[in-house]
Design a protein around this ligand. Structure first.
Ligand SMILES: Nc1nc2c(ncn2[C@@H]2O[C@H](COP(=O)(O)OP(=O)(O)OP(=O)(O)O)[C@@H](O)[C@H]2O)c(=O)[nH]1
Ligand SMILES: [Mg+2]
Length: 296
């Protein structure tokens, strides 16, 4: 039996969370077209015959600005410690430079590192993929440079095989049926936050935190009752999130509820409230309250 931990790190928007979901075979991490969607370390467990891979998704590597951003940057940097393999995920369509920002954290990892050239479905002409492989192979002594597409699945099975071949012999870390070690309430809050990323613009999704206050099964009729609070930094953002006649909050609530119902397989009653917590992203206490805690 082989088992081990594998971190996915890289610039914001490279497709780390999409790749985590693809490799695990289930949507565990939220995804959006904007950078800095992921804020926490998110594990996704893939069980294969004879192997258990614990993938670790991370916030995008970026220069920290402010307390929340510092938390995110530290979370990403620490994710290379105590893992068996690190995958640096690069957006093949917009690779950026092989600079300190992405190569720096690799130096703190003493095991093998892969470079995953993601979004190859968007790279044209195809000969450019070969040039990218050459460029990245020169930037760091990567054990493998693997072109993938997390959205259409290209080469993801090959990536899984390569990962398994590097894992140490070890009994499984988690039960066979586990897919994550995040609590359900965290995942529910993330689903709501994803809909806010999809439906609102500019600073609003970045100024938003979601806290699930209640998650209980109710009978007569049977349903899952979820109460959550959406926090924003200013009154104007609260107005935008609620929308005219409550329209925006209804759209966010409906989109989240449909996904939650599909996941839990039971009717969901979702109650959302919006509160202002001034400048919460700069407030250490609020960050702790909203679950932004460094755990290692
Ligand atoms: N065409 C294409 N798009 C992709 C691929 N992988 C991810 N995307 C898209 O890229 C965008 C960013 O994806 P995410 O998975 O949220 O990226 P991330 O690296 O987790 O981003 P942060 O959490 O912000 O660091 C989304 O719009 C995805 O649909 C891919 O292989 N091909
Ligand atoms: Mg992400």
């Amino acid at each position: 039996m082989r088992a081990g931990f594998v971190s996915l790190i890289g610039r914001p928007n490279a497709g780390k969370s999409t790749l985590l979901n693809r490799l695990v075979g289930q949507k565990l991490a939220i995804v959006s077209a904007r950078p800095q969607t992921t804020r926490n370390r998110i594990t996704g467990i893939r069980n294969l015959p004879g192997a258990q891979i614990v993938f670790v998704d991370t916030p995008g590597l970026h220069p920290a600005r402010g307390k929340l951003s510092e938390f995110m940057a530290k979370t990403a940097e620490r994710a290379v410690e105590d893992v068996d393999l690190v995958c640096l995920v690069v957006d093949g369509a917009e690779p950026g430079d092989a600079d300190q920002l992405v190569l720096g954290p690799l130096r703190r990892h003493h095991g093998p590192v892969f470079c995953v050239l993601n979004k190859v479905d968007r790279v044209t002409p195809k000969s450019r993929v070969l040039r990218l492989i050459e460029t990245w192979s020169r930037a760091h002594p990567f054990r493998e440079v693997v072109p993938t597409s997390a959205t259409d699945g290209t080469n993801c099975d090959r990536l899984l095989d390569l990962v398994v071949s590097l894992l140490p012999e070890h009994p499984p870390f988690f039960p066979e049926d586990a897919t994550s070690d995040q609590p359900e309430t965290f995942w529910v809050a993330e689903v709501i936050r994803e809909k806010i990323f999809h439906l609102t613009h500019q600073e609003v999704p970045y100024a938003t935190a979601v806290r699930v206050d209640e998650l209980v099964e109710r009978t007569g009729p049977e349903c899952l009752y979820i109460g959550a609070t959406i926090f924003v930094e200013h009154d104007s953002q609260r107005g935008i999130l609620i929308g005219r006649g409550g329209g925006m909050l209804r759209r966010i609530g409906t989109a989240a509820r449909l996904e939650l119902e599909a996941f839990f397989g039971i009717k969901v009653f979702l109650s959302l409230a919006v509160q202002v917590r001034r400048n919460w992203r700069k407030d250490a206490r609020a960050l702790r309250e909203f679950g932004f805690l460094l755990t290692s």
